[in-house]
Design a protein around this ligand. Structure first.
Ligand SMILES: [Zn+2]
Length: 372
């Protein structure tokens, strides 16, 4: 799994490899890009290249390709393999959360979610239930970052989200003011503007741009269970993010979109919201409630945006291409003002959900958001 396995953004990968080869890697790097653009994958690759035990050295005996001048990683040595255990971040985080849930109440409160599969690489995900980086997590970084690497050559810290509690951001700033030479901090953000300007100014920012649709569709050719039309739909729904496209759950999406369409039609056709609540009744109860509600709201947001694209005569931006006629009908029956207001309000509900407000509360907020 060398750098050549990274899909897209060759200029960013080249720059990283050059910095690695010249041993001039910055102490703090911000990767920006949409969810699934490859920010975490790339940070993991750099962590491996920094600590690989038999990395192909630049300028070796057989340097036929220019890329051979650049540093890589083997993906097979024990360091690479141990770091790779954290490649599947979602599973590692779920395990950590489960382990914390099993603790006694007092210990639970003091335990923060961290992922570490190799002593010199630490992954810091947002801590549930608020899903933010907390000061105790940053303190954990402060306690370890000034010690030299124990088994590798270079320490790597990966903050996988840019939502920092205020105190946590200030603590991070302290580290960035005086980083040790043997450590690199990665900050992953959908938008750099979500980080404090004082943090941004101490980091090198690299952007992972979305890939062209055709390229994503080509990449999806290894999904024989999808036909060409489905691949086209997934490519558009993933917004050019190859990671999102590869792991896209099309059936779950279509189910959520179906409900979202019902909600939308109810809201546009009548002021009576009883149908809306009928459609979302099953969302309130059960353990999967939150996930389902999240998916519904995301689908609803996407549909409203699509309707907005149709209203503003930019149909080429449309993502739900398979139901274009239906969306056109909806676009004609709602006013432009109503649609833009609904998009704004749904976006507010969505960020409320992210902060883990009560599900039912958010569903009521949803109904209010769509009020004419
Ligand atoms: Zn290796």
């Amino acid at each position: 799994m060398p750098f050549s396995d990274f899909h897209g953004n060759p200029d960013v990968v080249l720059r990283l490899r050059e910095m690695l080869a010249h041993d001039r890697f910055p102490h703090a790097v911000i990767f920006t890009g949409a969810r699934g653009a490859g920010k975490y994958t790339l940070a993991q690759m750099v962590a491996k290249a920094m600590n690989c035990l038999n990395r192909p050295e630049p300028g070796g005996l057989f340097t036929a390709e220019p890329s051979d001048e650049l540093l890589d990683f083997c993906g097979k040595c024990s360091n690479c393999l141990r770091i790779a255990q954290a490649d599947d971040l979602e599973s590692r985080c779920a395990e950590a959360v489960e382990a914390r849930d099993a603790l006694r109440e007092t210990d639970k409160r003091e335990t923060r979610i961290l992922v570490q599969t190799f002593p010199d690489v630490l992954v810091i995900p947002p801590d549930p239930p608020q899903m933010m980086i907390k000061v105790d997590q940053v303190r954990h970084v402060i306690h370890s970052i000034y010690y030299r690497p124990s088994e590798g050559r270079h320490k790597v810290y990966i903050f996988t989200d840019s939502a920092f509690m205020k105190e946590a951001a200030n603590a991070l700033l302290k580290i960035l003011e005086e980083p040790p030479e043997f450590a690199t901090i990665f900050l992953l953000a959908e938008n750099a503007s979500s980080l404090l300007p004082t943090i941004r100014s101490r980091c090198v920012t690299l952007h992972l741009a979305p890939l062209p649709l055709a390229e994503i569709e080509r990449d999806l050719s290894h999904r024989p269970d999808w036909n060409a039309k489905q691949r086209q739909l997934v490519a558009r729904l993933s917004g050019g993010a190859v990671g999102r496209a590869r792991s896209f759950d099309l059936n779950a999406y279509l189910a959520a979109r179906n409900d979202a369409l019902t909600v939308l039609k109810t809201a546009i056709d009548a002021n009576d919201h009883s149908n809306l609540f009928k459609a979302t009744e099953s969302y309130r109860a059960g353990a999967e409630g939150k996930q389902k509600t999240d998916a519904l709201i995301a689908a609803l947001y996407g549909l409203l945006e699509d309707i907005l694209f149709l209203r503003s005569n930019t149909p080429e931006m449309l993502r739900n291409v398979d139901i274009e006629p239906e969306l056109r009908k909806l676009a004609q029956s709602a006013s432009f003002e109503w649609i833009t207001t609904a998009v704004d309000r749904i976006s507010e509900v969505q960020s409320g959900m992210r902060r883990n407000l009560l599900r039912s509360l958010s569903l009521d907020a949803l109904a209010l958001a769509l009020e004419n």
